[in-house]
Design a protein around this ligand. Structure first.
Ligand SMILES: [Zn+2]
Ligand SMILES: [Zn+2]
Length: 344
């Protein structure tokens, strides 16, 4: 168990004793500050939630209707028992926030999930100077390096055009919430119609309700009778791969958009035709860049390759500790809360 005067790492999650609240608790607690709507961060069953206002529609669509929320605009400060709490853009997905805590001159920042690259669906990650910096390490190995948003989406749109020329329908797999909407925002809808799987469409509705501009889509479940999908692109969840649901689309070309596609063999194991390396988490260079920019006295590393990242930071002359060595698979983010919604 790691302890700082502002935060403690406990089995229930990160706890701020001075303010008596948890950040992204793993179990239901009295008061929770939530960094974003993915189910491994936004657990159901807490009594009070504090979260970023941009994510309101999305969070409400995923949490229990009776959940008690307080929403803050980015950078807006509130006092919780003498602790100054504010939320700042994390660049991970709509409504994602870093939590900044300040108490007696000491500042801690909990990033949640974050990335430094451009994302048309949310404001960019903001560097915050702090004493304690808590970072995820999902892709905390030197092999993980992302190309720019523009060139990654160019490759996706090119694949779509080529498949269209070959008389096929494209099926692009991405996580239902966050990734699929980001992909949609980067698709060139002059190429052809864009269709959606039910779990993806639900997220798109919340994004549109929140004011995010997205190309028009058609929910596959709303199409009756025979339909010619040739030349179109379907945004679907990875669990739809290899199921009979795909039959209606005729001849298809499949692709997966994920940070895991950076590793040779991932695409083959998933048995998809194409793999696009597109992630909503920090890659290795941007994780190190974030630490430099925030310049903390101490870094706590969690979720992923925590030991590797902490060792590298210590060898680079920083203070760092592993607070949670659980290996998180990116795909798990959508698992529990989406079970009911994963029907096509
Ligand atoms: Zn996430
Ligand atoms: Zn996460």
């Amino acid at each position: 168990m790691s302890t700082d005067s502002l935060l403690q790492s406990t089995p229930r999650g990160l706890y701020c004793q001075a303010g008596d609240f948890f950040v992204d608790p793993a179990q239901p607690v009295e008061r929770a500050v939530i960094t974003h709507a993915h189910s491994d961060h936004a657990r159901r069953g807490c009594r009070h939630y504090l979260a970023a206002a941009d994510g309101e529609a999305l969070l409400r669509s995923r949490m229990l209707p009776e959940a008690d929320f307080q929403f803050l605009r980015y950078s807006e400060e509130i006092q919780v028992r003498g602790v100054t709490v504010s939320l700042h853009p994390a660049g991970h997905m709509l409504g994602s926030a870093q939590v900044r805590l300040e108490h007696r001159g000491r500042v801690a920042v909990v990033t949640g999930d974050y990335k430094l690259g451009r994302d048309p669906t949310c404001p960019s990650w903001e560097a915050i100077r702090c004493h304690l910096f808590v970072t995820e390490s999902t892709f905390g190995l030197p092999v993980y390096r992302w190309e720019s948003e523009a060139s990654a989406m160019d490759a996706v749109n090119r694949w779509w055009r080529d498949s269209q020329d070959a008389g096929k329908c494209c099926v692009l797999y991405g996580y239902a919430i966050g990734k699929s909407q980001r992909l949609l925002a980067g698709l060139d809808d002059t190429i052809g119609p864009i269709y959606t799987h039910g779990a993806v469409e639900k997220g798109i509705e919340a994004y549109r309700e929140s004011g995010v501009k997205l190309p028009p889509t058609k929910y596959v479940g709303s199409i009756e009778g025979k339909h010619d999908f040739r030349g179109g692109l379907v945004l679907a969840v990875p669990s739809a791969h290899g199921t009979t649901w795909l039959r209606r689309f005729g001849r298809i070309s499949t692709a997966m958009a994920s940070g895991w596609m950076a590793v040779r063999g991932s695409r083959r194991r998933r048995s998809v035709d194409r793999g696009f390396v597109i992630s909503d988490h920090v890659d290795w260079p941007s994780l190190l860049e974030a630490v430099e920019l925030c310049d903390p006295e101490m870094v706590w590393v969690t979720h992923g390759y925590a030991a590797t990242v902490a060792r590298y930071l210590v060898e680079s002359g920083r203070q760092a500790a592993v607070i949670d060595s659980r290996q998180r698979v990116e795909g798990e983010e959508d698992a529990p809360a989406d079970k009911g919604a994963s029907q096509p």
